[in-house]
Design a binder for this molecule. Structure first.
Ligand code: UDP
Length: 332
């Protein structure tokens, strides 16, 4: 049985869906502060070989909430998504981030150690690298976060190393670049309130909520002046989590991998793929840079390919197509 923390959120819910499709039994733990009950309801109703054994609403900052899950269920491994993930908010309110992302994870790890559960796949981030010293960024790139969000994720990586040495905790840390897209069958998709991410914001502008899409920064040292990011499809990203779980189940040692495509797109290029997918013009306004955005972030994904046998398959257009279907279904 696999425990998924944050299973009612964007990436977590796609992981639960895939585990169920693969015939795994799953327990979801989520505070529903950012996740959605409706997502849990949808996942519970799916007719899949695996079963959503239980949903437990709880907060990792309350140790007894997560301890109760390990007392109740026989967990083989954990996939840990539950976290705050907005860079700008983390600058304004670092305490919120350190308490939730670091203290919350300490409580999770303590409950795991007490229950003798020693395998975890952890969502880390490209934000642990900070301002890139070179691109594409490989796993040997220095980790020097430039915001509290990145610090919290790096601290957890370090904690996991120490727990490995002392207690034999085996972790796989997956450092995400920019995740996009939705389940092609439309069961789950990206749903943040407020939404800050590029693709959903462009698509929402098309759906006519009255707002033009705001493009942050046109004077970056890139091929068209807008930021370059490495967009990885949600299904490809989740595939890496399945491979990481298998790797741990087979006795694999603690390790860490970038999840990206080795290829970058500018904001203008993403915008134009969105216009192509929706089939018409989308209103756009050029704005000042958003503080804290590096010019270019592109992953070197060779290690995940070599060690996990992972290979992303989807194009940016595939991801925008599923994201668009999801946005329209939400509108309906
Ligand atoms: N971006 C933008 N308008 C938006 C949201 C994002 O121009 O409404 C830009 C942002 O400045 C960055 C890129 O799109 O260069 C990706 O931003 P996102 O928030 O999706 O991911 P991040 O790279 O911050 O993790």
């Amino acid at each position: 049985m696999i425990l998924v923390t944050g299973g009612a959120g964007y990436i977590g819910s796609h992981c639960v869906l895939r585990l169920l499709r693969d015939g795994k039994d799953v327990v979801v733990f989520d505070s529903l502060e950012l996740g959605h009950q409706e997502i849990i309801d949808r996942l519970s109703k799916l007719d899949r070989p695996g079963k959503l054994i239980a949903f437990r609403k709880g907060d990792l900052k309350e140790p007894e909430d997560i301890e109760a899950v390990f007392s109740e269920f026989d967990i083989d491994a954990v996939v840990h998504f539950a976290a705050y993930s907005q860079v700008a908010e983390s600058m304004r309110d670092p305490q919120k981030y350190y308490y939730n992302n670091v203290y919350g994870t300490l409580n999770l790890l303590k409950a795991m150690m007490s229950a003798d559960v020693k395998r975890i796949v952890f969502s880390s981030t490209a934000a642990t690298y900070g301002e890139p010293e070179y691109v594409p960024i490989d796993e040997g790139h220095p980790q020097k976060p430039i915001n509290p969000y990145g610090n919290t994720k790096l601290m957890v990586e370090r904690i996991m190393d120490d727990y490995d040495r002392a207690y034999g905790l085996r972790s796989v840390r997956l450092r995400y670049f920019n995740v996009v897209g939705a389940d092609p069958a439309g069961n789950v998709g990206e749903w943040h309130e407020p939404e800050t991410h590029l693709v959903p914001n462009v698509l929402k502008s098309k759906l006519g909520d009255g707002k033009e899409f705001s493009l942050f920064g046109t004077d970056y040292p890139t091929r068209d002046g807008t930021c370059v990011r490495d967009y990885i499809d949600i299904e490809d990203l989740i595939e890496a989590h399945m491979l990481a779980l298998d790797y741990l189940m087979k006795g694999g040692a603690t390790d860490y991998f970038n999840l990206g495509t080795n290829d970058g797109s500018t904001v203008r290029e993403v915008f134009s793929v969105c216009e192509d997918v929706v089939g018409s013009k989308i209103p756009l306004r050029e704005c000042a840079r958003r503080p804290g955005d590096p010019a270019t972030l592109v992953a070197d994904n060779a290690k995940a390919k070599r060690v996990l046998g992972w290979a992303p398959k989807k194009t940016l257009k595939d991801s925008v197509t599923t994201a668009w279907a999801w946005e329209r279904s939400r509108q309906d």
